[in-house]
Design a protein around this ligand. Sequence first.
Ligand SMILES: [Fe+2]
Ligand SMILES: [Fe+2]
Length: 495
Amino acid sequence: MILWRDAMSVGSPALDADNKKLIELLNSAEESVSGESWATVGAVIADLQVYARDHFAREEAVLAAIKYGDLEAHKALHASLSTKARLLGEKFAASATDDARRTCGAVLTKVLNEWLIHHVLKHDMKFKPLLPKKVPSAVPVSGLSPPTGLPPPTQAEQDAERRARQEARNKDVEYQLPPNLAHLLDRIEYVTPELPPPATGFESFDKFCEAAIWRRVNKVLVFFQRHNPSLALELPPFFLASPEFAERFRDAVGKLIIPIIWESRQIRMLATSFNWADEDTDSFWDHVTKPLEQCILAGWAQGWDDLKLVEVKRSDGTRVMQVKDNTKALREMLLPSTPAAYDIPKVGNREIATFKSLLDPANDWSVYLNRAWRICHDLYEQEKDPRVFQQKAREGAFRDGLLNTFDSFPPEWTDFLVLACHRVFPRITTSFLESFARNLGRTEAQREEYIPYTIRYLRQAREHPDITLRECGEEAEWQAKMKELSDYLADRPSK
Ligand SMILES: [Fe+2]
Ligand SMILES: [Fe+2]
């Protein structure tokens, strides 16, 4: 949530009032998009179009009055924002599925964030110094000279005046940061892969059902594929984060699991009564009958359970885990093309349980995951990499937010959310992961119960001293940047 601050003032009370309204729209867009309240999202888009028309007209009139040199270029920026708002309105009105609405919602929050950060806080700020200043109320009435012969101001008065000047400067200084600090105005950027629209037009129910299963699973996989290309990580991504893994996994599911689903005679019967002509791979799960849904899920679970390793007793009394041929085939199929592509442990029962948890016909997990991500993202920015226009979060808020998400998802996934944060957020370093892990058990063995993949990752990281070195260097750079910023704000430029 973004709050209005005086430093956001463009120097005109009317335009500031408009910008406060823009922040309201931004906050209600973020809330309604994450809560999937589509009626509110539609209302925000409609309000935004009216807002753009009124605010831009008002601002352009002010700029014309002060004979602003860049008026034409600024008008062009306004025209482009108005067009974006209009096109978004048209696209949203034409959105027939929740997935299409979700895409519009994501575009809406992106457009609004850019609008505030790039347009208001950068472009609009350029005309601020040119606007006529408000007349301070304490100014002497014209025609009356200030009384002469007053004693010179005392030291305390001079100090108070200096403090007031300093405070006034601090309020505005954030938006005139020197170029090397200017990026502190930008939100952290990373790649969030998007799925293509849901598919239709399948030649058979089998093919359609398989595609619908894959779409549900892929929504979760794609969530974990987010990454930050500006972070050069030494270790390969965990398997769930890799698009190459997703491809191999899809093949394995097609060969080992889908046939088990179709073995059931009941599913064949139920399928004939399901009218799927008008459905797509998303709406399939909204309209599939309960018995059919349960049949699909039962086949899916059966397929994975059949692959589990079983404990057998040898003649000498010792017990070993026996690996079936199909499980060996699964292990083969899920191996990366090169070790750098992704990291996967030897597939055992834990991994099989993870794969099984990826399909849940009753829940579109991607919605909940994205909501949890939003919270992690905001807490990260507020606590670890504060944007100048945001409220600061208390220490430990990010860690606690992450721990809170643990109960919301299948227990097999919590690890992946932690590792996704590490792959995206620059200051979620391996040393953060080490201290985070300590919250989850007194010994490494206890921790491994909760977050086996994080512990696996940390074991690899401990063998690479260059990782710690790089992270220390980056942390020192970050601290220096923060010091420079605080010095700048305190008007004590560092030497
Ligand atoms: Fe503006
Ligand atoms: Fe503007």
